[in-house]
Ligand binder design. Structure first.
Ligand code: FES
Length: 86
């Protein structure tokens, strides 16, 4: 089973911009993904991405080390699905 590690930035900027909602990811995961990928979700402190507009917009989420900016539950799920289908 493929492993996917999702680290959600819980620093202030990301939290305010919607990271708190992304923390509900586990409840929103489609059943097929839950059954095909071993998903670990945790929160991490500020990734230091929020201070530079070139990095994109908060909230930032790491999916297997890849940074997603302006992340939403949908874009995180899409990314997990892409990894699952690799
Ligand atoms: S608060 Fe998330 S990158 Fe700084």
């Amino acid at each position: 089973m493929k492993k996917v590690k999702v680290s959600i930035c819980t620093g202030t900027a990301c939290f305010v911009m919607g990271a708190s909602e992304i923390m509900m990811l586990e409840d929103s995961l489609p059943e097929d993904l839950k059954n095909s990928v071993d998903i670990e979700i945790d929160g991490i402190s500020c990734l230091e991405k929020c201070g530079n507009a070139q990095n994109g917009k908060a909230p930032f989420v790491l999916v297997n080390g890849e940074v997603l900016s302006a992340a939403t539950i949908s874009t995180v799920i899409e990314k997990i699905r892409a990894i699952a289908e690799e």
